[in-house]
Write a new protein. Sequence first.
Length: 451
Amino acid sequence: MSKSVLLICNKPKNGKDANTISDHINAISKYSINKILVLSNLGEFPNLLDINKFDVIIIHYSICLYLDTFISRKAKNKLREFNGLKVVFIQDEYRQINKTIKELNYIRADVLFTCFPDTEKDRIYSKDKLPRLNTYNNLTGYIPERLLKIKTKDIKDRPISISYRGRKIPYWLGELAYEKSNIVDKWKEFVLDNTLNVDISYNEQDRIYGKKWIDFLASSKATLGVESGASVMDFTGKIEEMIRLHNIKNPEDDFPIIKKKYLFLHEGKYNLNQISPRCFEAIALKTALVLYEGEYSGILIPGKHFIMLKKDFSNISDVLLKLKDDGFLQKMVDITYKDIVQSTKYTYNSFISYIDEVILKEFSLRAIKENINSYSMLKLIMLKPALFFNKNYSVFEKCFSIMYMRFLICFRREAIKLYKLVFFIFRVVFIFFRSPSAFFVLVKIKLNLTK
């Protein structure tokens, strides 16, 4: 039987952040067999929301658990007293690990989806520290089904030879994180071939988001890449603080100096290397991968699924020859697409099925009683508009939600049949015509909310 699930997250606006966060949140609400209410919220929980009417609460990785600005102390007290199943997703697990463990204990979390592999996760989240917590491994991202609907060009018809967008990551995250920007500097140092159309950068002003990112990647024959994660784990925050202060006093010092002075004893003690969601995006769009040597979660095979680039660029001549061979690249992307995408093993749909199985399993293991007073699907539909009044939603979404809620209150189930018609009318009035009457409706709604 499906459960009533509250998904607490910090959902980015369209085009304002990496697609991965929105894809992850949307997939849970779209593919789960459970009744999902997505609450994009920071700080206190809305007064209208009774969390005890849910069977399961999921805290998404877009919420930083150890910071009260994301979930207030008052809200954490409510989570602590919640008797249903508490599920937490965490990424960026390399920082403030002790604080995270403390908060997991405080809210009495039951399930943790971690990016640490099975060989490492018990070293971080041991039963001695978290006796009631069961941990499950997951990836930082999966294949978004929306990309599979895009008609891609053949390799020979793409204008960009090789592309890449990264960013400079703080040095305290170690060698693995440093590679995200260093691969660009090394390429520019070792590759002097002007016959390739190269578009690579790690500068913030060159970052690309949303649909523009997808168009950019789909216009590339190949893209550079490195493993996701970090090679230094900062349990207390002291490493981060020391290096931050050093960078303020000595901004000219590069990573090798920082590594030698601060990271020598910490580098590589834990394995948090993973395949990046960017790899899955490229594979879905049939863009070839040129990747630093690495494990890539055991999913990608060098020579078959990607062109392996040694970190010292000692094989760059061979890499360049392959990049100039459109036939070779086309064959590689076709094989990779077949092995990774068509297997459906790494799609979001499959991942959400895995989450549903874990929830059902944990409910049974812990003998949690299903909440007989949980929100019905109709009540969830009615509740959702009231929670829309949050900075993460557009004026159109808010207004449509209020109108829809009023229909539901007046007509109950009959209103559901009018949903598509109402949605169409609202789009016409507010999006296309932007009439004066529509403006006054907006004002009236806002005035009603202040009463």
